[in-house]
Write a protein that binds this ligand. Structure first.
Ligand code: AMP
Length: 278
């Protein structure tokens, strides 16, 4: 396992791998790794000769400075986990390596409504920062394949739109959401849940499944409204529960290809999840 902190070291190594004709797979993360992240790396390992994982808590995608400060950081454990699945390359840059003052890393994209709805409504600027860092990392790693999770449905939709719009030479691969045995989607943020809220948190996935079962027998807006009620249990505060089209994240009808997306506070921890309904 090679751990690089600078872009020059990373690029020198990857250049030599590319010269050998190796196919490169890349999984960007913000660390505090769990099995969900590792499943993406395992997918990458199956489809590539060289798998790269980045660990970078990107400041430009945090609209709330407190959220950035509280974001869990477990670098030693992360490296041990990455080693255990045989990851070849880890890129753990400091902020100055990603955003050096000498380099213009700003990004102009026309995302239309994609970054305005759902998360975009509650986390203004989040997706601009996310797209900026993914573009920057893609420029540095230059992978053949990029691995991202369905867990962040809007994120992967926006990255797909960016790749098409900028005509980037990379294939985007979507990994399934890994869940705990009780259905809670694995997330770096789960470690911050109180024991009480952790016990109640499966209500999020249960509500998504309930919505899936109601599609066709109940009006979509009614499903959304009842879902919000079901999530409004003590210490839980849903921000949105929306059923939208998978292609453009706008409202749709049964048959359009729908996904249910939810964000819910559990105490002071904000959780998101989604379920493809059809
Ligand atoms: P993050 O470190 O939260 O930025 O996530 C890094 C990547 O892991 C993103 O592509 C996420 O969608 C993906 N990911 C996060 N949680 C899960 C999960 N439970 N199952 C599968 N992939 C996940």
């Amino acid at each position: 396992m090679f751990v690089f902190k600078t872009r020059s070291d990373l690029q020198a190594y990857l250049q030599s791998r590319r010269k050998q004709g190796s196919k490169i797979g890349f999984t960007p993360t913000m660390g505090a790794l769990h099995e969900g992240h590792l499943s993406l790396i395992q997918l990458s390992k199956r489809e590539n000769d060289c798998s790269v994982c980045s660990i970078f808590v990107n400041p430009t995608q945090f609209n709330d400075p407190k959220d950035l400060e509280k974001y869990p950081r477990t670098p030693d454990k992360d490296l041990a986990l990455l080693d255990s699945v045989g990851t070849e390359v880890i890129f753990m840059p400091p902020v100055e390596e990603i955003y050096p003052p000498s380099v213009d890393t700003s990004l102009q994209l026309d995302l239309g409504q994609l970054d305005q709805v759902l998360e975009g409504e509650f986390r203004p600027g989040h997706f601009k920062g996310m797209a900026q860092v993914v573009k920057r990392l893609l420029d540095l790693v230059n992978p053949n394949n990029l691995y991202m999770g369905q867990k962040d449905f809007q994120q992967i939709t926006i990255v797909g739109a960016m790749i098409r719009q900028l005509n980037l030479p990379v294939r985007l691969v979507r990994g399934d959401t890994l869940r705990e045995a009780d259905g809670l989607a694995m997330s770096s943020r789960n470690v911050r849940l109180s024991a009480e809220n952790r016990a109640k948190a499966p209500v999020i996935y249960q509500t998504l499944q309930w919505a899936k079962n109601r599609l066709g027998s109940m009006d979509i807006q009614e499903i959304e409204a009842v879902a919000l009620q079901r999530l409004s249990i003590p210490d839980f505060r849903p921000e949105y529960f929306r059923i939208v089209r998978t292609d453009n994240l706008q409202s749709g009808q049964k048959g359009d290809g729908l996904v249910a997306c939810v964000a819910c506070w559990a105490g002071d921890v904000r959780l998101i999840d989604n379920l493809i309904l059809e």
